[in-house]
Write a new protein. Sequence first.
Length: 149
Amino acid sequence: MTVHIQNGELTTTPVSKAFNFVTIPNAPSSVNSDAFEAQICHAVGAHKACVVMCRRTLEQVCDSMSAIGQTLYDKIRNLQTQGIISSEIFAIFEEIRFFGNYGAHPNDDLLGDVTKDDSSSVLEVTFHIIKHIYDIPETIRKLRSRRGL
């Protein structure tokens, strides 16, 4: 929320209206909801929370793709085995998973020094993955349809 004082009057604007947030039209609402929250965290300077929400977003991606596994690592590996993600996307998933795990385990917390640049990078690659999984296949389908395939 942003707070403004103008002419002695206090007004507030919800964070969701104060910033331009990205949603991925072809992604499930569970993925967009957590990605939206990650963006809010980043926008208000809650950088640790942002990277943890990015990890949660990717777990939602795995679940929406019916990935099999007990742990997030297992689910990510399953997506790779199924050919849904490449080894490059797997590596990005892993980095986000590591950052998020630090937030879940404060005794091993390496998040104490998470900077705005760190959370920006994690958020950026999170959206790269979401677009790769949900938008790119739809775009390819539309292009093929235009060619009559």
